[in-house]
Design a protein around this ligand. Structure first.
Ligand SMILES: [Zn+2]
Length: 246
């Protein structure tokens, strides 16, 4: 099989914002990379669009919300992320559209990141497995909201309330994308990424996957990416350039 050449991700930035649909999304592909970056002293903030409250079959959303938020906060802490925000939009039924863009643009304006991370928002994971609707809606809204955030005439009520327009996002990175052509070496921080995923205990137990192992699962993704980068483990990302004329 032909292997695509993988380039290293840039690391000449200080502030990153990660916007994903659900608690656990970051941990299924990006947590070890985040551990590397926080270890370099970079500032990383997590923003969860929903609280994953519809994610455990045996637990009603009103009880599930607090469990999943607590697991996400702990999971973030394990990779050096102290700030986790929850937008509180409804799990499972997110819609791409102006309200979602508005909510995410406000977060971008507040945190003024240089890099924004989101999850794969293509239709599939590369094979026949379809992506999930919330992931697609969130990722599409993220790339648009990054543009919106820089335009003072889009969502001007936010600017009137004191948020400054922010056009400083250079790139959006989507982890788990089948079109990933970049990657970052996670060999040193791979264990932290595993611990971060394992912190979603109630969620993983709720999935009821017999004999599922977090380390084995993450190795299955990190090994081939590492091979294409010439290291043991790596996390692959698709890079979207947010400037004009690139
Ligand atoms: Zn998800």
């Amino acid at each position: 099989m032909e292997r695509r050449e993988t380039s290293p991700l840039r690391e000449d930035w200080d502030r990153m914002l990660c916007v994903v649909a659900h608690p656990d999304d970051m941990e299924f592909g990006a947590a070890a990379a985040v551990a590397r970056w926080t270890g370099q002293g970079k500032d990383v903030v997590y923003c969860m669009v929903t609280s994953g409250e519809a994610g455990i079959d045996g637990l009603p959303p009103e009880d599930c919300r607090a469990v999943r938020e607590a697991e996400q906060v702990e999971s973030a802490r394990l990779v050096g992320v102290e700030q986790v925000e929850f937008l509180g939009l409804p799990d499972g039924v997110l819609e791409y559209g102006v309200p979602l863009r508005r909510a995410i643009a406000a977060v971008v304006r507040r945190h003024q990141p240089e890099i924004v991370v989101t999850g794969n928002f293509r239709d599939t994971w590369g094979g026949r497995n379809l992506n999930q609707a919330d992931h697609v809606a969130t990722g599409r809204a993220v790339v648009d909201a990054v543009r919106d955030a820089g335009n003072r005439w889009v969502f001007p009520e936010q600017v009137a309330e004191g948020l400054q327009p922010w056009g400083g996002v250079r790139e959006v990175w989507a982890f788990g994308s089948p079109a990933a052509e970049h990657a970052v070496d996670t060999t040193e921080t791979f264990d932290a990424g595993v611990a971060s995923l394992e912190a979603h205990r109630a969620y993983i137990d709720g999935l009821g996957w017999e004999d599922w192992d977090a380390r084995e699962f993450l190795e299955g993704m990190a090994r081939p990416a590492g091979q294409s980068l010439g290291v043991t483990f790596a996390a692959p990302f698709e890079v979207f350039l947010m400037g004009w004329g690139d």
